[in-house]
Structure formats: C-alpha cells, structure tokens
Design a protein around this ligand. Structure first.
Ligand code: FCB
Length: 448
C-alpha cells in the first residue's frame, strides 16, 4: 500500500473514553443521577446485568490512568464530562466537588504533557431533565447551553479541543427508536425530535463558545460509515441511499448546509412522521462554522432492500468477512472512504478521527495479553488513514477507543476494547500487546 512515510509532527495521537463508561462513583460527592444510572439499574437492560456504578473506578484511579497514558506516549486524551456530576439537577446549583474532579484530572494531564480533548455530552443526561422530557424538550436544549457555558468559563484556557456531542445519531435513534440505550424509548417520532434538538443544542453551545471565547477549538463528533448497496439493483441502491441519509447525511447536511437532506424530509413525511425543516434563524445556528469535525469510525454497512419498518432496508451479513465481538465488519478501507467523502462533499476545516477500535474477548495469560487481532485492526486502519493524509485530506489526529476496557453500554463488561486490560474484580490494569504497538507508532510517527 504505497510508500510509508511519517505522520506530521503535530499529528495528534490520542486515546478516548467517556464518563459513564469508566468513572464509577455514580452517587459520590454530590453527583446527580443520570439516565444511564437509571437505565442500567433497571433489570433487563444490560446484557450481563452489570452497571457503571464502579466501572473502572477511574474517579479514584485517574492518576494511575494518566500515568498509563504518559507511558503510552499519547499527545491527547479525549474524555467526557458527566453533566450530572457538575450540575446534579441538570441546571441551577453547581456541584463544586464534581468540577474539582475534572480540575484535578486536567491538572494531571498537564503535568504529563497530554492535551485534554473534552466532550460535553457523551450520553449521561441528568435524569432530572429526562423526567421533564429529556432531549425531546426545549428545556434540555437551553440547559445544555448553560452547562456548556459553565464548562467553557471554568476550563477556559485548559482544553485543546471541545466536542459538543458524541454521536447524536446514536443518542437519537438507539436511545429513542431502538430503545437499546437510555432512555430506552421505542418511538421514531420522538427520535426525530431528539435529533433535531441535539443539533439545535450543538448550535447554541457553539454560539456560547464564540461569545465566551476561550482558547481552543470546537467541533462535534459523528459516527459515520460508508454505506454500500449489496447489489447494483436499483432497489438496493435506493435502500443504501436512504440508509446513508438516515445515518450520515441527516447530521452532516444540517451541520454544513443548514438543512436536513430533502430526500429524507420527503421520505419521513411520506411515512407519516413530522419533521420541521429548520427556520432561517435555526439554520444559521446549526451550521455555524466549526473548527473541526470529529469522526468515529468502526465499520461499514452493506444494505439491501428489506423489511425494516421505517427505512425499508436490511443489513447484509456477509459470513465470510472478519467481524469484531460487536458483530461489526472489519473494513479498514472505510476510514479512507469516509474521510475522502466528507472532505469532498462538506469541506470541514479539519478532521479528527475521535474513535477507532476493536472489541474481542482477549484474556491475560501469564500476566500479558497478546491481542494480535486488535494490533492488526489498528495497523490496517492507521495504514489507510495514512493514505488519506498522503492524499491531502485535512486529518489532524486519531484517537483509539479505548485506553482501557470499560463498560460497553448495553453490553456491560462483556466487550473489551482496551489497549489496557482491566480486571474488574481487582481493578488491576495490564497493558496489552496493542498498547506497545501503538506506543511504537506514536514514538516513530510511522507504522511498521
Ligand atoms: C461508540 C461510542 C463509545 C464506545 C464505542 C465502542 O459508539 O461513542 O462510547 O462505546 O462506540
């Protein structure tokens, strides 16, 4: 695959996590309840019956975890702030102890020479806001802007990159249509309303950011995937186009063009769902210039005409391709395809791959974890990413999901994504072989 040179000197190699997946301390030091606390505490929602109550106990072990990152040599750490930890009721009274935790974490990162990349919303909405309608309600949209203002003001000069939302598609459709995530609704109409409100909330936060004007840059992270039709038949191609509209364009178009894709507006209306186009004012809000686009890339979708009730699509499961423990096809070329497509069609100022990683049930043997399949996954994705850089696409950084094994949402602790193995009974951390592989990539700025 071409000549292999070096990643640019300022290329931001990092690792990523999210608050609910690692922190634990779910009700400590004044933290409020989140929708994920509620969801995981409700029997039947999490595959292995676990919760994030303790998770990786990162709230108490962050210093050890930052030390691991330093050993790894990453230049940046992407983490999220738990909204109910700093605003227990979602708005109003501030929990100083909650803010103090993130202050200590940021201080530690600074000492280690690691740049903080902060996600405002990685899914743990304060339950108090959910009780009054959650993301379906305008109240939450406004509360988000105030929450953002608090963080921008508190960590003004300390954060390298700010990310408003992580994967609004997942929040809207997995949380409110498929019901596999908190708050566990199964209502497509509600999901559309949530998607629209998430985009408005993003816009309000960006406006506040430009007002408060802290150092650093702001963007949003989307989960994007190439969508390929199973065959060249027209029906399959139309299904793939629709699925692409559902997953990718439904967020990209508003963010970069100020409007939902016309074909999806028509399609949803025909199906009997209400979806208000953005007003002129809202368009200006949602499509404000961003400093970067974050892309989480894991896999592609192969789609055909099918029986899915709203979209009338079906996912093709090719039995001959390699899949992760999540069932996701390993498709390294997709990281190139998505960067190429987004650059061509939307021209973001900069792109960061804010997540990429691989789950499989690895286990320690004699105190080490030889996770060859993860090494292969990361290597192949980095090779294709390098090709994207060589082609001139504006990729500025790459974050592995995740520094350590953690609570994988509806799958509990049954999926391991970490570069570091976590023994959940002892909280022992064991760097895996992929940890040392990635360390070498960062050290050399090149892939071997
Ligand atoms: C992404 C999420 C992240 C993690 C990975 C595996 O969708 O953003 O929290 O669960 O998937």
């Amino acid at each position: 695959m071409g000549y292999l040179g070096y990643f640019p000197e300022d290329f931001l190699f990092g690792v990523a996590t999210a608050s609910y997946q690692i922190e634990g301390a779910w009700n400590e030091d004044g933290k409020g309840e989140s929708i994920w606390d509620r969801f995981a505490h409700t029997p039947g929602n999490i595959l292995d019956g676990t919760t994030g109550d303790v998770a990786c106990d990162h709230y108490h072990r962050f210093a050890e975890d930052v030390a691991l990152m330093r050993e790894l040599g990453v230049r940046a750490y992407r983490f999220s702030i738990s909204w109910p930890r700093v605003l227990p009721s979602g708005k109003g009274a501030v929990n100083e102890k909650g803010l103090a935790f993130y202050r200590r974490l940021i201080e530690k990162l600074k000492e280690a020479g690691i740049k903080p990349v902060v996600t405002l919303y990685h899914w743990d909405l304060p339950q108090a806001l959910q009780d009054r309608g959650g993301w379906e309600s305008e109240e939450t949209v406004e509360a988000f802007a105030e929450y953002a203002r608090l963080l921008f003001a508190t960590f003004k000069d300390e954060v390298h990159l700010w990310i408003t939302h992580n994967e609004p598609w997942v929040v809207a459709f997995i949380g409110n249509y498929e019901g596999r995530h908190a708050p566990g609704k199964r209502d497509f109409q509600a999901a559309l309303r949530v998607a629209r409100n998430l985009l408005l909330a993003h816009g309000l936060a960006v406006r506040v950011f430009r007002e408060v004007n802290p150092k650093g840059a702001i963007g949003i992270t989307l989960n994007l995937s190439p969508v390929h039709p199973l065959t060249e038949e027209q029906e399959d191609r139309e299904a793939a186009r629709r699925f692409d509209g559902y997953l990718n364009r439904f967020f990209l178009d508003p963010l970069f063009r100020g409007q939902f894709p016309e074909d999806m507006l028509t399609f949803y209306r025909k199906k009997g769902f209400a979806l208000e186009p953005f007003t002129e004012e809202e368009r200006a809000l949602v499509a404000q210039p961003l400093d970067f686009l974050g892309i989480n890339y894991y896999s592609r979708h192969v789609v055909r005409k099918g029986e899915e009730p709203v979209l009338e699509t079906g996912e093709h499961q090719n039995p001959y391709v390699e899949r992760s423990d999540m069932g996701w096809e390993v498709y390294p070329r997709g990281i190139y395809e998505i960067v190429e497509r987004v650059t061509r069609e939307y021209q973001p100022q900069a792109i960061y791959i804010t997540e990429n990683g691989f789950a499989f049930p690895d286990t320690p043997q004699d105190g080490t974890v030889n996770d060859e399949r993860r090494v292969a996954y990361l290597r192949d994705h980095l090779l294709w990413l390098y090709q994207a850089l060589e082609a001139g696409y504006p990729v500025k950084g790459y974050f592995v999901w995740s520094i350590m094994d953690n609570f994988e949402w509806a799958f509990g602790f049954s999926k391991r994504f970490g570069l570091v193995y976590v023994d959940y009974t002892t909280q022992q951390r064991i760097p895996k072989r992929s940890f040392f592989f990635y360390r070498e990539v960062i050290r050399r700025r090149s892939i071997r």
